[in-house]
Each structure stands twice: as structure tokens, then as C-alpha cells.
Design a protein around this ligand. Structure first.
Ligand SMILES: Nc1ncnc2c1ncn2[C@@H]1O[C@H](COP(=O)(O)OP(=O)(O)OP(=O)(O)O)[C@@H](O)[C@H]1O
Length: 466
């Protein structure tokens, strides 16, 4: 799995998670393949080729984000989602659109670091175990016997020899103890032994207070980082059982083993070569600039444009060129049309795909087919209580129908409706699950009707509950 997947392979991978929307899947697969093709070219040619960005048009909750996110995951590309409307908000001084690139860098660093941490996991665990041994059998405190020059003069050869013998003996003793403990640790015999370790405390409460006050954006920087640099990390002693302490120590050791400079270099490169930014609600910043509000919307488009055209963004980790980041913009375009976007922006999104509205049949499939299908999730959750939940085919049809109807009658929130409906359907069961003695529970169409029909049939009610 990786960047070298063929478009067909990509589509078939996406099929595992997303129902229908074949055209959209195909477009993103081609866009991705083109980036791979571009990477095979020599540098001169490579820089000539402008990546084509995608505009996804379709109502809410039909899989736009999901397709993009899955695609990124499939090839291990860093991915972030932003709402274009966020940049029109009051208080968003200076409309810091560049923050989307900085967020992408943060995301990439987290990804690469996680990978590297995994690589050093075995080594880190070994070191953690060594530290545990030392915590359980500490070195006996030596009498602080520092010799002053006088003592040095008068101290006989013999006594000093004795001293060495004595410490050597002690050392030997400790060594033996430690070997025994190491052995026991390896056998898992000391998991409940309590040890005291030092952990770093996050001093972020102050930061939390300031966040959201708008100050962050105004200062155009990441306050959390600024703070953590200003304030020394507090160290705190904690008593933990070996099983827990090992996790903390392994993490600490892994942290030390990972070369952050290398991580940053790889991450920056990943962002430039394979980063993806999903800009949602792009239609909400489209519109002709004949009204006051539209001025700021067009402003946002103008702010975003250079990033999409390719510019260099300064981040605290270094400069990032955005030329080859893949942008996927999305919107319902109920009111505005893509042609209401400023022409320069339209030109940067030449690939247009429409996503289809989801039918009752799609809903049925979404409930059961994807690898992480909703019904599978609920079944797995209730299984932890020892309950096997079975949905009859009619029940699934009924669920899909109810979701569809409620979408028609109230807001159409697409497949998200399935989440709210299922939650309501299984509310009582979830509540009682831990006390229920039945090993198998069958959810029938009748059960669905009983739990949902009265609500679904009542528009006022369903607006609030479903
Ligand atoms: N075609 C689909 N197949 C499987 N699941 C879907 C599909 N469409 C939507 N979903 C599920 O519905 C939820 C919302 O979908 P998604 O986030 O992709 O919406 P969206 O189209 O991007 O809408 P918005 O622009 O409002 O975010 C997700 O949990 C997703 O898994």
C-alpha cells in the first residue's frame, strides 16, 4: 500500500469504506496517481507540472470528507480539514489562512514521530526495563566521603585498598540482585510492584484559558508552543505499578531515541510532496461582491489563493512550499455556483465531481457493508457485555427508510442521520445491556417501528430527537 497504487486499486480500497460515489473516488484516485507520476520525472519537468486540485460538489453527509480522508490514510499522506467559513469569522483577525499549512505540518510531524516511535519501541522497552531494575534495586547510598587534601596525604595505601574492596563487594551484591530482578521482570512476576518515577506535567492550563480569546490568532503564532518554551516543564514524582510505569518509561525512552531534527525534515518533505488539505464549505465564501458580507467572503478567497497557487509558508519548523499540496475543496453549492468563485480560484480547481444523494438502498449498505460499518460498531460494543445483537434484514431496511424520511422532512444531513437514528434505537438496550441476561437479541422491523416510528412520524419531535 502506498503512493504507487494504481487508480483502480485505490478505488477498490476506497470501496471498502465508502458506498457508491464512484465518480468521486475515480477522480481522487487519478489525482493521486498523477502526483505519483510526477514524482517519477526529473526535477525540472516535475516543477513544471502543476497539480490539479479537486472540487467536490454535493450535499452534506454523502461522503466527501470521508473519501478524502480515506485516500490520505491509504497512502500515508498528511491530511487536514478546514472550513473556509472559519476565515470569515469575527475575531479571525488577519484571517490567518496560512494556519491550514501550519496545521498540516503539525499533523505530519505527529505522523512521522509516531512511526519513528514505533521503530524504536523494542529498544525503548528494553531501556525502560533496565530503568525499572534500577528503580527496584537502587544503588546503596554511599557515605559522602569526599577526601580533602589533608586526608589524601595521610590516608594510607592500605585503607584505600580496603575501601575499594568494600565497594566492589557492594557493587557485586547489587549486580546480583539486579540480575535476579531483571529476570523476574522478564517473567512478568513484578507487574504489581510499586515504583516511584518522575513524570512531566503539562503546564497547559494557563494556555487553555487564553485559547479562544482570539489572542492566538491576533499574535499569529501558536501560543501553546510559546508557553511551553517559556515555562519549564514541571516534573512530578508518581507512584505506579511496574505495568504502568513501564509504559511511561518506554514512552520517555522512545522520546529520547527519536531524532526530532530528522522527524521534522521528513515531515516537511511529506507535506510538500504528498500533503492534502480539505477545504470544506467553499461555497459559503463564494458569491458576487455586491454586498458587504460578500466583500469579506471574496477576501477569504483572495487570501487562500496564493497558498493554492503555490507559495512559501513560514512555520516554526521551517519554510514549506505549497506548490504540490493537493487541495480538495468541497461544498453543497445550493445557493452559489462554482462559477461564483473568483476566476483565479476556479482555475485552480479544474477537476469537478458531483457526489450523488444517498438513497434508501445506499443507507442500507452504509449500515452493514463498510469495514467499520455502524451496525458492526454497535454489535462490537454490546458484545463486550456478552450480548449478541442481530439485525434482521427487514429491520435494516426499516432503519434506512426512517433515516431517509427524517432527512426529507427535516434537515437533510445525509448518512449522519444514521448515527442519530441508531443511537436512539439502541438507547434502551445500551442502558440495560449490563444487566441483561439474554445472550442474543434480535432487532426486528417491529422493534425499529416501536422505538422510532412515533418520533419519525412527528416532525416537531424528530427535529429535536433524531
Ligand atoms: N457514501 C458513504 N458511504 C459510507 N459512509 C458514508 C457515506 N457518506 C457519508 N458517510 C458517513 O457519514 C458521515 C459524514 O460523512 P462525510 O464527513 O464524508 O460528509 P461530507 O459529505 O464531507 O459532508 P460535510 O461537507 O458536511 O462534512 C461519516 O461518518 C461517513 O462515514
Amino acid at each position: 500500500m502506498g503512493m504507487d497504487m494504481s487508480p483502480k486499486q485505490i478505488v477498490s480500497e476506497l470501496d471498502k469504506y465508502i458506498i457508491g460515489q464512484h465518480k468521486a473516488k475515480k477522480s481522487v484516485a487519478i489525482a493521486l496517481r498523477n502526483r505519483y507520476r510526477r514524482m517519477q520525472l526529473d526535477e525540472k519537468m516535475r516543477d513544471e507540472i502543476v497539480p490539479k486540485n479537486i472540487l467536490m460538489i454535493g450535499p452534506t453527509g454523502v461522503g466527501k470528507t470521508e473519501i478524502a480522508r480515506r485516500l490520505a490514510k491509504l497512502v500515508g499522506a498528511p491530511f487536514v480539514k478546514v472550513e473556509a467559513t472559519k476565515f470569515t469569522e469575527v475575531g479571525y483577525v488577519g484571517r490567518d489562512v496560512e494556519s491550514m499549512v501550519r496545521d498540516l505540518v503539525e499533523m505530519a510531524i505527529r505522523m512521522v514521530k509516531e512511526e519513528k516511535m514505533k521503530d524504536v519501541q523494542d529498544k525503548a522497552k528494553e531501556l525502560a526495563n533496565q530503568r525499572l531494575v534500577k528503580l527496584i534495586v537502587p544503588v546503596a547510598k554511599k557515605k559522602q566521603h569526599t577526601k580533602n587534601p589533608f586526608e589524601m596525604l595521610f590516608a594510607g595505601q592500605q585503607s584505600s585498598d580496603e575501601e575499594t574492596d568494600e565497594t566492589a563487594e557492594k557493587e557485586q551484591e547489587i549486580e546480583t540482585k539486579r540480575n535476579r530482578i531483571a529476570h523476574q521482570l522478564a517473567l512478568g512476576e513484578l507487574e504489581d510492584t510499586i515504583v516511584t518515577i518522575e513524570v512531566e506535567e503539562n503546564s497547559s492550563s494557563m494556555f487553555d484559558m487564553l485559547q479562544g480569546s482570539g489572542m492566538e490568532q491576533q499574535m499569529g503564532m501558536n501560543m501553546q508552543d510559546a508557553f511551553s518554551q517559556l515555562m519549564p516543564k514541571k516534573k512530578k514524582k508518581r507512584k505506579l505499578p511496574v505495568s504502568e510505569a513501564r509504559k511511561v518509561l518506554t514512552q520517555q525512552e522512545a522520546d529520547k531515541l527519536v531524532d526530532m531534527d530528522e522527524v521534522i525534515q521528513i515531515a516537511l518533505n511529506k507535506v510538500e510532496q504528498s500533503g492534502m488539505i480539505f477545504i470544506d464549505e467553499i461555497d459559503k465564501v463564494a458569491g458576487k461582491s455586491d454586498q458587504q458580507a460578500n466583500v469579506s467572503r471574496e477576501g477569504v478567497q483572495r487570501d487562500i489563493l496564493p497558498i493554492i497557487e503555490g507559495s512559501t509558508i513560514v512555520t516554526k519548523y521551517g519554510a514549506v512550499k505549497t506548490d504540490h499540496i493537493l487541495f480538495i475543496a468541497a461544498g453543497a453549492f445550493h445557493m452559489a455556483k462554482p462559477s461564483d468563485l473568483i476566476p483565479e480560484l476556479q482555475g485552480r480547481f479544474p477537476i469537478r465531481v458531483e457526489l450523488e444523494k444517498l438513497s434508501v438502498d445506499d443507507f442500507k449498505k452504509i449500515l452493514v457493508e463498510p469495514s467499520n460499518a455502524l451496525l458492526k460498531q454497535y454489535q462490537a460494543l454490546l458484545k463486550t457485555e456478552g450480548i449478541e445483537v442481530v439485525f434482521t434484514d427487514e429491520a435494516i431496511t426499516r432503519l434506512a427508510e426512517v433515516a431517509y424520511e427524517v432527512n426529507q422532512e427535516t434537515d437533510n444531513i445525509g448518512a449522519r442521520r444514521l448515527h442519530t437514528i441508531l443511537e436512539k434505537l439502541l438507547e434502551d438496550l445500551s442502558y440495560e445491556a449490563s444487566d441483561v441476561m439474554m445472550p442474543t437479541i434480535e432487532i426486528t422491523a417491529g422493534y425499529v417501528n416501536e422505538k422510532l416510528s412515533s418520533i419519525a412520524g412527528n416532525k416537531d419531535l424528530s427535529q429535536y430527537i433524531l
